[in-house]
Design a protein around this ligand. Structure first.
Ligand code: IPE
Ligand code: IPE
Ligand code: MG
Length: 240
């Protein structure tokens, strides 16, 4: 059975989970953060190399200010609380997204968490925060344009591999398996470049309910996919 190396998840449905229980959306987001912690633990157990979690999109700034504040506070508190045990468990933490919109203090904490865990190798945990797939393509284009202007890259040398190196995930590689919880069948401006050949898995479970068994089910589903990348299926071995 093939285990995906890189799983990327849109953790959707916190608000609906709370409304179904007559609770404020904040309670759904808190339960969502706990679910994320458990999924990181399961990812290590399964032996994933990389787990990318979508925590806050470029478009989520358009939610009411109180919800935006709550989500960013929860993010900060969760990182503070979990960083010690993530580090002890060999997790390398990194963030992708336009972090310049955050306060200097939060940006500093994010950089410190990345620095502290940079030599860990058990699991790459990537948190996409203030992230958008279109933003990522534009920031890669800007960096390449600057390198061209500085004479470091010739325009004719720009190819998919050069472009990919300037995308946020670059060295971590593309997700093998994409999961979205919460019932919607859309990508919502997540990893537009990187999802080109990912297997797409949609779960109707709301994110706070997505547990160890749910992730194992998705990973089992992945193991039965035949990935062709545009080629023909591999012929069975002679005699086999
Ligand atoms: C996902 O849950 C969390 C974020 C987008 C930050 P939602 O808040 O989108 O929950 P629903 O989709 O409204 O249920
Ligand atoms: C996607 O969920 C973003 C995150 C989970 C962080 P949304 O709830 O923002 O997506 P839409 O609005 O349903 O497309
Ligand atoms: Mg949603």
């Amino acid at each position: 059975m093939s285990v995906p190396e890189h799983v990327a998840i849109i953790m959707d449905g916190n608000g609906r989970w709370a409304s179904q229980r007559g609770m404020p959306r904040a309670a759904g987001h808190r339960s969502g953060a706990r679910a994320a912690r458990d999924i990181v633990e399961t990812a290590r157990e399964i032996g994933l190399k990389t787990l990318t979690l979508f925590a806050f999109s470029s478009e989520n700034w358009q939610r009411p200010r109180a919800e935006v504040r709550l989500l960013l506070d929860l993010f900060r508190r969760t990182i503070r609380r979990e960083i010690g045990s993530l580090h002890d468990n060999g997790v390398r933490l990194s963030f992708i997204g336009e972090r310049s919109h955050f306060s200097d203090a939060l940006q500093r904490e994010m950089a410190q968490a990345e620095e502290r865990t940079r030599d860990n190798a058990a699991l790459n945990l990537v948190i996409a925060i203030d992230y958008g797939g279109r933003w990522d393509i534009v920031q890669a284009t800007c960096r390449i344009a600057r390198a061209c202007a500085a004479g470091e890259i010739a325009p004719d040398d720009i190819d998919e591999s050069c472009f990919g190196e300037h995308m946020s995930l670059s060295a971590l590689g593309a997700p093998d398996l994409f999961i979205r919880t919460g019932g919607e069948r859309r990508v919502s401006n997540f990893l537009l470049w990187d999802l080109a050949y990912s297997e797409l898995y949609f779960s109707d479970e709301l994110w706070p309910d997505f547990d160890k068994a749910s992730l194992s089910e998705a990973v089992d589903w992945f193991a039965h996919r035949q990935r062709r990348f545009g080629r023909l299926p591999q012929a069975a071995a002679p005699g086999g």
